[in-house]
Ligand binder design. Structure first.
Ligand code: BG6
Length: 505
């Protein structure tokens, strides 16, 4: 008989958010109108928000409640046209309070306002504080909330912190220490929106709800793993941030590392938040760069140069507004890692991400070992290895590649694909990551949020590369690649050394 775990508390099916006030710092910023308010409106339409609910937008601008509501309306024009009644009702729960997080008087005024809203909306002092501000305000923000007593009740108050959490191992460690003096770890929700994606969560379900995968999910059967997150967009209007970050900090340390952790972790003993996060932290602690003595040999950095087509020419990164003409910031990273544990020892994990690549795609590809003896002629010379491709986005789903007999009198083999598509199977688009994560934060379910030790392990993993970029950048130059291609040829060479190719999604 299979064991049903009585302790299954994380990711429960039927979950009800208690009366709640969500306070968004950085409410005049992009994330609030592009992602957070649309996600809250979606939760409202799905009737997943409680009746007793309020959002308080906070930023330095002196907007009124009405102005804040209008600003949010702009981002949701189509949604509002389709659901005018719902918007009217939802927007009556949006409030605004001008707050400078570094001004203690502003925080005291906010506290008064929160008390008023508690009475008005019966939100019972259940508060989720969302720091969607520049990372330089994370420390002062947490301190200000703590000294105003707003984080005193660990059952009713939580704090959500956006990425990037730190710039490197030591700054992440200091930030963790500081935040933990302001709140308990159980109150701290470090957000990584990739964990909110249905398809990333699906890796857990595919692995641990089926019996066929786990027995072969290891070094005996898998020859290598590729994790890709490619974007077609460039730096857009975020040069000021991106110039200080680059792809390693912007994508690899968080989103790609989380996909790696979920793909490679051991099965947890129970399905509860800490058991899952323990396993993720453990696997990240066992991960290391493929060449620890000469780390520059296992990593390639790139930067997009101009490209595109005649009808849609694209400028190079250095020509983008706000980018230095001599910038060496990487918009592409590829690297090779190993995980030093019983399951994965010797299996290379190749990860890559880039902006202005040929296609928008995120996927995890597990390539299985070759058949030991080739009995049949194969189309293309030799049989292709079996592959399991977990498509994170777009065209969410999974596919399995295997060899079959090619029709005809001979015995030739050729590869075919077996496919699962979310769209075809479920017929409805899955929620945006932020819908899931905002609901989970308000529910107090930390399963899909990164714990302090995970964040530190992720930074520690990339420390040798960050140090080279800082101290001897010539060892990790940024190779140019034409916009809308698959990155620099040096990244192909990284795999060619192992007689492999990147998958072309
Ligand atoms: C963000 C990065 O965290 O993720 C962006 O800061 C990137 O640079 C984005 O474009 C990608 O997210 P998604 O969900 O579109 O793959």
């Amino acid at each position: 008989m299979p064991i049903t775990n009585p302790l299954r508390v994380g990711l429960r099916q039927e979950r009800v958010i208690s009366p709640q006030c969500l306070i968004i710092f950085g409410a005049s910023g992009d994330l609030t109108h592009r992602k957070l308010v649309p996600a809250l409106f979606e939760l409202f339409k799905q009737r997943r928000l409680p009746q007793e609910f309020a959002v308080i937008g906070c930023a330095r601008r002196r907007w009124s409640d009405e102005e804040f509501r209008h600003k949010m309306e702009h981002s949701l024009t189509k949604e509002i046209q389709e659901n005018p009644k719902e918007w009217k009702e939802f927007s009556s729960s949006l409030f605004y309070e001008p707050v400078n997080l570094e001004n203690s008087q502003d925080i005291l005024t906010l506290r008064e306002r929160l008390n008023e809203i508690d009475k008005l909306k019966a939100t019972h002092a259940n508060r989720t504080f969302y720091l969607s501000v520049s990372p330089k305000f994370y420390s002062s923000g947490c301190k200000a909330l703590a000294s105003a007593g707003l984080l005193n009740d660990p059952k009713r108050s939580r704090i959500v912190i956006e990425k990037p959490f730190g710039r490197d191992f030591s700054s992440a460690q200091s930030l963790n220490k500081l935040v933990q003096t302001c709140a308990l770890e159980s109150q701290i929700f470090r957000i990584d929106h990739y964990l909110g994606k249905e398809t990333v969560q699906n890796i857990l379900v595919m692995r641990f709800a089926n019996t066929i995968f786990e027995p072969i999910w290891n070094r005996n059967f898998i020859s290598n793993v590729q994790i890709t997150s490619g974007e077609t967009v460039g730096v857009e209007d975020r040069a000021a941030y991106y110039e200080t970050s680059g792809a390693l900090r912007d994508m690899v340390q968080n989103h790609l590392t989380q996909m790696l952790a979920i793909t490679a972790m051991e099965p947890p003993g129970h399905f509860d938040p800490e058991a899952i996060r323990n396993e993720k932290a453990k696997v990240l602690q066992a991960a290391h760069l493929a060449d620890e003595l000469e780390p520059w040999k296992c990593c390639v950095r790139g930067q997009y140069s101009k490209g595109g087509s005649k009808s849609n020419p694209l400028m190079g990164y250095r020509e983008e507004p706000g980018v230095s003409p001599n910038s060496t910031t990487e918009t592409y990273v590829a690297m090779k890692l190993f995980i030093n544990n019983w399951r994965w020892q010797g299996v290379p994990f190749y990860i890559r991400t880039g902006k202005r690549l040929a296609k928008r795609t995120s996927e995890v590809v597990l390539t299985f070992r070759e058949a030991p003896v080739h009995l049949f002629d194969a189309a293309g010379g030799s049989p292709t290895s079996n592959q399991l491709i977990l498509r994170i986005q777009p065209n969410e789903g999974a596919e399995f590649k295997f060899e079959v007999k090619s029709p005809g009198s001979g015995m030739r083999s050729r590869p075919v694909e077996m496919e699962f598509s979310y769209d075809e199977s479920f017929g409805e688009p899955s929620d945006e990551g932020y819908v899931r994560l905002l609901a989970d934060a308000m529910l107090g379910d930390p399963t899909l949020f990164t714990r302090s030790d995970e964040v530190e392990a992720a930074w520690r993993l990339y420390t040798p590369l960050l140090e080279i970029i800082e101290d001897s950048p010539w060892q990790l130059p940024t190779y140019q690649y034409e916009a809308r291609t698959w990155g620099p040829s040096e990244a192909d060479a990284l795999l060619a050394k192992d007689h492999l190719l990147w998958r072309r999604p």
